[in-house]
Write a protein of this length. Sequence first.
Length: 179
Amino acid sequence: MGRTIYLDHNGDVLVAGVSENEESIYEFLILKLSPEGRPRWIIHHPSPYQAPSGGAYGLAIDVLNNVYVTGPGLTMKISSSGELIWTTLPCGIAGGVAIAISSPESTYPAVYTTGDYTVKIIQAPGDVDGDGCVDDADLLQILMHFGEAAYCAPYDLNGDGVVDDADLLIVLMNFGQCF
């Protein structure tokens, strides 16, 4: 199932979403088609979340036509020729519901800088486990780590280095929402 579509700078079409293989494993599905609709490459990558809500939600392309894809539990960079360059970002940031690319000189809030581009993962506020919904599992993570120093941890939602009432409030204010 395709969730996002994008045209690159050459007019090729990129589609990202979720698929289920013959072993009933849910995967990130990313495919690149020529302007005429012929497949250039297809990537299947196991999703950390084995449910129909797994797979890709966000897709962005840089000026070299490298592809950046994000979804629950995973973010990846793919070359314009379809080779996987990296998966998952540092500092516990695993995936999100959208992704954007900008030049490193921009004032865009950086999450990860490659030297050539700044990658911003947009995560659902309060979605600690990255599954797209703020629910009991997210609340449990906050409560299990409450009071801990948590530099770069996914449960330090406001990024102040400690899991505290501010992080708990982010989960509670967004509880029940799915993105």
